[in-house]
Ligand binder design. Structure first.
Ligand SMILES: *[C@@H]1O[C@H](CO)[C@@H](O)[C@H](O)[C@H]1NC(C)=O
Ligand SMILES: *[C@@H]1O[C@H](CO)[C@@H](O)[C@H](O)[C@H]1NC(C)=O
Ligand SMILES: *[C@@H]1O[C@H](CO)[C@@H](O)[C@H](O)[C@H]1NC(C)=O
Ligand SMILES: *[C@@H]1O[C@H](CO)[C@@H](O)[C@H](O)[C@H]1NC(C)=O
Length: 527
């Protein structure tokens, strides 16, 4: 019995081997047979064709990948060997800057995932992983959106214009892409600003499809169904509050959320088709843009809407220091009381270059860093320049020439560079507004602020004094200075000032404060 079974097993094993051998043998045999008969040759042809089929399949797959990769490069506006100037130009425009943040935050990780799954290359992966680990996080992304919102609000731009690249009276050759518009809508929706969300969503629906839409949708996801629902929700919430049907945004939102959740795709599509009919779109646009709000003095100042001051002079100052008798400085009065004055050509290009060279370690600055850790408005990136170089000495001398004050003991010079829609809320420089530093303990309060402009700013970026209704637009190489305190040393609230968001450009400034105590020999009445 036992031997029977073992025999059976052996037989089976043998058969398996045998059939394998036969196949091999057959192949071997056929190798010989191919050319010896047309039947054999046809078999060979068949074999080659099936191999080609496989190759073709593989090629198609690769081609699809190449197409996807090309679509990616196209969608990010990738440019080889961008010069530093072109790079700066790119980030100096809010449209491209926002798009950059959005793409790297939203799309890049998705492309990376696709890349990992499809390409499975081992080299250079760690470098890419590192790159991807450093893409902008959601806070960064939100800040970028708030920057765009700030530009829109403060300069009273229409979202329609902004989306199409019309910034004030300038038309740029750049538009917000479909996904950028959608992202702005989503971020505004999250902020519960349903009106702004509706405006952005409406502009998103105006771009039906982008180049390589199908490919992008496959890898990044198709946002259309989401967009339709969100757009309709935003419009309904806004309409419901406007018409008085709902008491508050929140109430309207909850109501609409409930209703929309039950509606199926088809009805949503019908609604959207109705929204998009030209006559209803015009009506919708009118409704969305009907509310006018009043503007603050800060906003008016940013837009350059203050009335021109009269009886101000523009002259050469020969008198502050003996040096000025040889090389007077060009001086322009901004305001008489309190005194605000602008000097021209007091910071040279070589000095600006040196100062930017010092600015690698710039850190985020906060408008109210003095007060806890709540969500704050991020202002510029800034750094402190403490270096005692010949350049610093020359700049110090120029500050003495401009102000006639003693700056032998001062705080460090602050270097600031502003980003996408960043700004500085109206504030005071004196210590009772919260800016107590070790320096001010020793040197006394900040009597005077001296602000150098180290760049031109084509649009926006003014320094505004809302109390005295003065705005100063940056001019490379110029400086302004003003008093923060009265003659008797008490706070002068009229020195309140702020920095408007840059619309287009790259704003660099250098700030120095001149403190009270070292002035007692020069201007004893001050103390
Ligand atoms: C600063 O924070 C405190 C509480 O931490 C608050 O009472 C105060 O109003 C805040 N000041 C400003 C100017 O926001
Ligand atoms: C020059 O500037 C100094 C310092 O501000 C000022 O006291 C003086 O009046 C100015 N001179 C002229 C001619 O404006
Ligand atoms: C300081 O001067 C200002 C303006 O002249 C005046 O309003 C204020 O009352 C003075 N303060 C003190 C403490 O004298
Ligand atoms: C400036 O102030 C410092 C410190 O208070 C003092 O030592 C110096 O003599 C002053 N310079 C002038 C020109 O008054």
């Amino acid at each position: 019995m036992k031997s029977w079974i073992s025999l059976l097993i052996v037989l089976l094993l043998w058969r398996q081997t045998f059939t394998k051998n036969i196949k091999n043998n057959l192949n071997n045999d056929e190798k010989i047979l191919y050319s010896s008969s047309n039947a054999g040759l046809l078999k060979l042809l068949e074999m080659e064709e099936s191999f080609m089929e496989n190759i073709k399949l593989y090629t198609n797959k690769l081609a699809e990948k190449v197409q996807n990769l090309k679509a990616y490069l196209f969608s990010v506006d990738y440019k080889k060997n961008r010069s530093p100037e072109e790079g700066l130009e790119y980030v100096s425009n809010p449209l491209t800057a926002f798009s950059l943040v959005r793409r790297t935050h939203e799309d890049l990780p998705k492309w990376h995932q696709w890349f990992q799954e499809e390409m499975k290359t081992s080299e250079s992966d760690t470098r890419i992983d590192e790159l991807v680990a450093n893409v902008p996080d959601s806070q960064d992304f939100l800040e970028a959106a708030l920057g765009i919102q700030r530009i829109e609000r403060i300069y009273d731009l229409r979202i329609d214009d902004l989306a199409e690249g019309r910034l004030q009276d300038k038309q740029y050759n750049i538009r917000f892409t479909f996904r950028d518009r959608l992202a702005m809508g989503n971020l505004m929706f999250k902020q519960r600003d349903f009106l702004a969300a509706a405006k952005w969503y409406r502009m998103a629906t105006k771009i039906e499809s982008e180049e390589n839409n199908d490919i992008l949708n496959k890898i990044l996801g198709d946002p259309m169904p989401h967009l339709k629902r969100q757009y309709i929700k935003a419009v309904f919430v806004y309409a419901s509050v406007l018409s008085g049907d709902s008491q508050s945004n929140e109430e309207a939102f909850n109501e609409v959320e409930k209703k929309i959740a039950d509606i199926d795709e088809q009805v949503i599509d019908e609604l959207l088709t109705k929204f998009k009919k030209p006559e209803s779109d015009i009506e919708l646009e009118k409704q969305l843009y009907q509310t006018q709000r009043s503007y603050t003095d800060f906003e008016k100042g940013c837009r350059g809407q203050f009335r021109q001051k009269t009886r101000l002079t523009c002259s050469y100052n020969f008198t502050t220091t003996p040096f000025l008798q040889l090389a007077p400085l060009k001086m322009e009065e901004i305001n008489r009381n309190p005194y605000i004055v602008m000097y021209h050509d007091v910071l040279y290009d070589s000095e600006i270059k040196a100062l930017k060279g010092q600015s690698h370690g710039l850190r985020n600055g906060f408008a109210d860093a003095k007060n806890g850790t709540m969500i704050r408005d991020i202002v510029a990136r800034h750094g402190w320049w403490s270096e005692k170089s010949p350049i610093r000495k020359r700049i110090n001398q120029r500050i003495i020439d401009m102000t006639g004050l003693n700056i032998s003991l001062t705080e460090n010079i602050q270097i600031a560079n502003y980003g996408l829609g960043t700004y500085f809320k109206p504030h005071f420089d004196y210590t009772s507004d919260g800016y107590v530093t070790a320096d001010t303990d020793i040197l006394g309060d900040r009597l005077v602020t001296v602000l150098f402009y180290a760049s031109d700013v084509p649009q926006g970026g003014a320094t505004v004094f809302p109390e005295v209704k003065a705005s100063i637009f940056p001019r490379k190489g110029s400086a302004i200075w003003w008093f923060n305190l009265y003659r008797n040393g008490t706070d002068d609230t009229r020195s309140k000032h702020s920095v408007c968001p840059v619309i287009k450009g790259d704003r660099w400034t250098l700030t120095m404060w001149i403190n009270l105590f070292p002035q007692m020999f020069i201007a004893p009445c001050l103390i």
